[in-house]
Design a protein around this ligand. Structure first.
Ligand SMILES: Cc1cc2nc3c(=O)[nH]c(=O)nc-3n(C[C@H](O)[C@H](O)[C@H](O)COP(=O)(O)O)c2cc1C
Length: 354
């Protein structure tokens, strides 16, 4: 199947299958209410510095789409919202545009419409091991991006009928990309999370950001399973069922990655409200990425998208007021309590905040 058709199928299935969301670990992260703080609700400032700009809140529109006709409209709406709200935005894997130039516009529209916010390009590690630094440079130049997210998606590549589960040479190519690329580099999972061991490797490689892409949100094992069923690929379908709950839940993955020093962590995977954005910041992330809820809202229309982003902001601001944090920097210092699976995991894996 052509990449453009595959990308279209991903979007269709992801937004039509509402029951993907599961345990992210945020259920077991409790914030501590602060009944008395010496400031007003209107004093709460959610802005932060991210990649190269001040942004209005620690919310990133995660990498999603591009590479087929309808994607241009969706990316335009997402980019308009990013520009209006001053929040960063990623595009989906740019491979489709590199292979079929007619699809460049479906990605470059983002930079055109959102000139004042960080724009993040995206490519898979399995493409990078073949294409090397020049592919990374092309991915950035095509859309004049401020950063490149390199996605790691072993599970999806295993289940996807056209998958390429190849990572041989990945470390060497990452080292080279970091050395030569003129923009910031993010490594990013897409639903299975990042462990402390991988975060440590990323830190040694001097990768700028780790986006944990933990489990509990959009589930590519399920999405690829649906695609495998359609073409009666029984083996892939079985694999999809066995591994549909594989991965490190998002909140736990943030704690894993944050136990390593020297790396900025982005929380993503199943983040569905501003309270969870706040929890991810308290656990040590610099910001939180949200994908499917914003995609669904963008498809419904710009008004729905605006409403969803406003809801995230209101919930985040409310949480900051309730825990007594005037700024995102203050939010990072607030106490939290871990229960259940998250607590057990932290103890057994001996995770401590660096
Ligand atoms: C339709 C769709 C397409 C996606 N395509 C990409 C992609 O090309 N590259 C990537 O790094 N992540 C991709 N993702 C993964 C998201 O960036 C994000 O990591 C994941 O969806 C978890 O976030 P969520 O639970 O908020 O959706 C895609 C997600 C969706 C919903």
């Amino acid at each position: 199947m052509k990449i453009s058709n595959r990308k279209y199928e991903h979007l269709k299935i992801a937004t039509k299958y509402p029951k993907q969301d599961s345990y992210t670990g945020f259920e077991d992260v409790l914030l501590v209410h602060e009944a008395l703080s010496n400031f007003n609700f209107s004093d709460v400032d959610t802005s932060i510095f991210f990649i190269k700009e001040n942004i209005s809140m620690p919310l990133l529109i995660s990498s999603m789409t591009g590479g087929f006709k309808e994607a241009e409209k969706v990316n335009r709406r997402l980019a308009e919202a990013a520009q209006r709200n001053l929040i960063p935005i990623g595009v989906g894997s740019i491979r489709a545009a590199i292979e079929e130039k007619k699809f460049i516009k479906s990605y470059s529209i983002v930079r055109e419409v959102a000139p004042d916010v960080p724009v993040i390009s995206n490519i898979g590690i399995q493409q990078l091991v073949k294409g090397g630094v020049s592919l990374a440079e092309e991915a950035v130049e095509l859309i004049n991006a401020d950063a490149l997210a390199i996605h790691l998606n072993k599970l999806q590549e295993l289940i996807m009928p056209e998958g390429e589960p190849n990572q041989s040479g990945a470390v060497e190519v990452l080292r080279e990309v970091i050395r030569k690329l003129k923009v910031k580099v993010i490594i990013k999972e897409t639903g299975c999370g990042i462990s402390k061991e991988v975060a440590l490797l990323a830190s040694h490689l001097k990768i700028n950001y780790v986006d944990v892409g933990g489990s509990g949100g959009t589930n590519f094992a399920v999405i690829e399973g649906i695609r495998a069923k359609k073409i009666r690929d029984v083996e892939k379908l079985e694999l999809s069922k066995k591994f549909s709950s594989w991965g490190i839940p998002t909140a736990i993955s943030v704690l894993e990655a944050k136990s390593v020093g020297g790396i900025e962590v982005i929380a993503s995977g199943g983040i569905r409200n501003g309270l969870e954005v706040a929890k991810s910041i308290v656990l040590g992330s610099c910001c939180a990425g949200v994908a499917r809820p914003l995609l669904e809202a963008a498809i419904k229309g710009p008004k729905f998208l605006e409403k969803t982003i406003n809801r995230f902001k209101n919930e985040l601001t409310a949480t900051m007021f309730l825990v007594g944090a005037r700024s995102v920097e203050e939010l990072k210092t607030k106490p939290y309590v871990l229960t259940g699976t998250v607590r057990d995991w932290v103890i057994q894996r001996k995770l401590t905040q660096s």
